[in-house]
Design a protein around this ligand. Structure first.
Ligand SMILES: [Zn+2]
Length: 155
């Protein structure tokens, strides 16, 4: 039970995600291949401290897509403690993200669809209700990022 050890010890290992800075920048995002999943900002792996426990580094991959600052405190701690159900949610999250990015890139580069059409198809398939203007804009922004990211692969 390393929980007890944590009561008496401070984290003393450099965070493998932000390399000890406490924030994740564009270089870190590129190094970890998370261009389509993360934005620069506070590091969710070390919570901005730059230091983590050695056993956390051993148990949780630095590039775990699901571990972002959007997670609740309790979910973050489940992930860092290796909770099986939380890790399963992390796996499904990464799978869904890969599914969306691959689908959008194919629709654009192979299917020849424009962004508006790709967006309409996305919402028709996954949203039971009409999406808000903000949801549409966010999706279009994300789709544009995906297309730029996959450009070399398809052209
Ligand atoms: Zn960090």
């Amino acid at each position: 039970m390393f929980i007890f050890r944590r009561l008496f010890k401070k984290p003393d290992t450099e965070c493998p995600r932000c390399l000890g800075k406490g924030t994740v920048d564009a270089d870190d995002i590129k190094r970890l291949g998370k261009e389509l999943g993360w934005l620069p900002g506070q590091c969710a792996f070390c919570n901005g401290s730059g230091k983590v426990f050695q056993d956390t580094v051993a148990a949780v991959p630095a590039d775990l897509a699901y571990l972002t600052t959007s997670l609740s405190k309790i979910e973050r701690s489940r992930i860092l403690n290796g909770d099986k159900k939380a890790l399963e949610r992390a796996r499904i999250y990464a799978e869904n993200l890969a599914e969306i990015t691959n689908r959008v890139a194919k629709q654009y580069y192979v299917g020849g669809l424009d962004l508006e059409t790709i967006s309409d198809l996305h919402f028709a398939r996954f949203y039971p209700n009409e999406p808000s203007q903000q949801e549409k804009e966010e999706f279009l922004e994300f789709a544009a990022k995906i297309i730029a990211f996959y450009k070399d692969q398809y052209e």
